[in-house]
Design a protein around this ligand. Sequence first.
Ligand code: ASP
Length: 337
Amino acid sequence: MSVPIRTIASANGLEATRLAYQMILNGSDVLPAVVEGVTLVEDDPDDMTVGYGGLPNEDGIVELDAAVMHGPTHRAGGIAGLRNVRHAAKLAQLVMEQTKHHLLVGEGANAFARAQGFPEEDLLTDKTRKIWLYWRQTSSDRDDWLPPPYEQLDPAVIEFFKLTKDHGPETVYQRSEVADRPTGTIHCSGIDAQGNLSCVTTTSGLAFKIPGRVGDSPLIGAGLYVDNEVGSCGSTGRGEENIRNCSSHLGVELMRQGISPKEAGLEVLRRLVKQVRERWLLGADGKPNFGLKLYLINREGDFAGASIWGPSKFAVTDDQGTRFEPCAYLFEKPTKT
Ligand code: ASP
């Protein structure tokens, strides 16, 4: 059986898919290829959702989560709560290859990184520090922090929080009540000509999270899952919802029943949305107030992106080139008036 070589990723992974595809074409196993691809994004200071330059936790410290899964051997490795080391995906691959464990967390993850010779550095950039500081200054009117006047704010902060000139303590406290908690991550998966699948998910997690919070990205079955005889599924978006619905495992299990990647992804999201009852997760219209996307490939190389909210896109590279494709979605994003 020969299938088309293909790599797919979240929308921030266009270059990751391009590099991974090229490596697979040149004979690489799929796993190191997709890991090399996401490493580009971990190194990118402008991507505030992953690796170096990722948004920090509520104390202003960047904590990374990542995992890999290798289809041919069904082995996996993960890292959670990693500080001061940018290449979380490569470290997760080493957990898979050079330990008998699947998940190392916190100080243990850092000790493993030191043992493997990974350099340590501050992952916070000046831009993410300023964004975090503004978030901290405006998260509550019941502490002693105050934001600076509009004129003293960095343009990156203004753009990030979409601030207008009427910004001041009163308006910011109203704003922060409803402020979006930015999410982001990169998931990348691939298939080679023999139909072998592998994938990786790496992230700085939910911005301004409680220190020690672990999301779905390093958890097999939640943020990613592969069964080499069936397919691969991975996710970006609000991780708590993937954890309690085992989304990626479910996506693969639905494909096992012969359901297409697109329909499998949409069905996972429908079930997940049905379970959301918490006030803080629902908008006034009763729909989820968070985003979540799945990226799926089956053993034949058919693929899809599925999102709660659309229109949105994901990245693909195959013999047709490197491009964005639209995600299937459940709800249309309300247009801002
Ligand atoms: N899934 C990630 C997490 O919950 C965040 C994201 O993808 O936006 O940690």
